[in-house]
Every structure is written in structure tokens, then in C-alpha cells.
Design a protein around this ligand. Sequence first.
Ligand SMILES: Nc1ncnc2c1ncn2[C@@H]1O[C@H](COP(=O)(O)OP(=O)(O)O)[C@@H](O)[C@H]1O
Ligand SMILES: [Mg+2]
Length: 248
Amino acid sequence: MSIRFENVRKAFGSKVVLEDVGFEVGSGECFFIIGASGVGKSVLIKHLIGLLRPDGGSIYLDGEEVSRLTEKEFFSVRKKCAMVFQNSTLFDSMTCAENVALPLRKHKRLGAKAALKEALERLDTVHMREFANAYPPELGDGMQKRVAIARALTLDPRYVLFDEPTTSLDPVSARRVDQMIRELCDEVGVTSIVVSHDLRSIFGIADRICMLYKGHVRMLGTPEDFQTTDDPVVQQFINGRAEGPMEV
Ligand SMILES: Nc1ncnc2c1ncn2[C@@H]1O[C@H](COP(=O)(O)OP(=O)(O)O)[C@@H](O)[C@H]1O
Ligand SMILES: [Mg+2]
């Protein structure tokens, strides 16, 4: 197992978001975290790269307890574990190629020319090379997302965290992003954690799914397990029904 959350607890002031959360993610898995808005999905994955620290419990990455690392020690974790944020967070004043070249210059210490050359190759893998000289605001959300993914992959991370990668995308762009995530797992061997409530993505590409509810893991299983469960809360969520026992 490559990622493990154990009895993780996180509160903000008096508001307990994660009460006791535990699960394991296997190497090369495409692992989904689902649940209603505000349930703590983004909070959960931010713990893996040290953007948040747990109040209790432990988080392991490759057997190393990352929840105990100092800020400085987190640098090496962030090289092997990249995050694609919900909003693409590209720099508007830089071209797509320059955006992708940035981590190559900064972390791989490549010169300007070498970084740009590799950036073009990276853009090619997400089918965005022809937009290398475009500025992000000139592109649609789906294209920006692909550039953001290319940028997240520049340091060849073994783990990639995607926070709602298909939210706000049109259906075709969304499926292209799904396809890219699946290929990363199947062809590159990347382990992915995907936060999503896009049912098409969930049932299209997930190996396993973890549903958060009221600070706990409500259910952990394969897409088939989720489709056949008789848990009324899970059923309501995955069928998108307004009526039911689920409290939000
Ligand atoms: N830095 C923070 N400070 C205070 N509250 C926060 C912070 N980050 C998240 N929260 C709260 O934690 C809860 C879960 O947030 P989040 O993980 O973003 O939900 P989601 O499941 O939609 O991703 C929300 O109620 C949010 O307001
Ligand atoms: Mg979120």
C-alpha cells in the first residue's frame, strides 16, 4: 500500500470536518474520494502535501509518516506527489509553454531553452502543443485544465492528486480529462487520488471509491460495490436524488 490515512482528525475551531478517517490506496490505483460539497474532500487531500496538518492520526506515503514532517522536509514529498488544484492556477501573464517550463527551471534547474523544449514535449502529451504560445485566458476551461495537468506532471510524480478535475468542464472536455487520468495510471503507473462528484468520471474510471460522510468513511469499495449497496445514503448520493436520508 502506498498511501495510508489512519484515524485522521481535523477541525477548524469548533467545526470538526474529519472526525476519524482511515483508508489505504494501492500502488497504481485510480482512487476516488466522493461526498457532498463541504464534507472535507479538499481538506483531506491537502494533508498529503502538507498544506494542512491533522489534529490527530497519521498519514503515510511510501511508509513514511508525512504528517510528522517539517515544512522543509515536505519539499521532497511535493516532488513525488503533485496536486492539480480545482481552479487551474496557471499564470495568466505567461504562455502555456512558459507555465509548464516554470517548474522545470525552478526544480529541475534546466536552462530557459531546455525547459521550453521539454515543456513543448509535455504539452504534446496532453494534446496541447499547438496552443503552446497561447495565454491561459484565451483558452477554455478544459484546455486550461490539460495544461495544468501537464505542469503538474513535469517532475514525474508517482502520485497525483486531482481536486474536482472535471467540475465546470463541458462533457467532452470532461471525458478527455478522465481519459488522461486513466492513462496515467495504466501507462505511466501513477497512483491517483481524484476528488469528484462527477458520476460519469466515478463510474467510468475509478478502481475504488471512498465516500466521506459526516467526518467518517461511509463506504469504501469498487464502483460495482457502490452500485449494488443497499446503504440508503450512498444510494441517494450516487443516484443524485433530492429525497432521502442524506444530511448536507
Ligand atoms: N482553511 C480553512 N479554515 C477554516 N475552515 C476550512 C478551511 N478549509 C476548509 N474549511 C472548511 O472545511 C469544510 C470542508 O471543506 P472542503 O474540504 O473544502 O469541502 P469539499 O468536500 O467540498 O472539498 C468546509 O466547511 C470548509 O468551510
Ligand atoms: Mg473541494
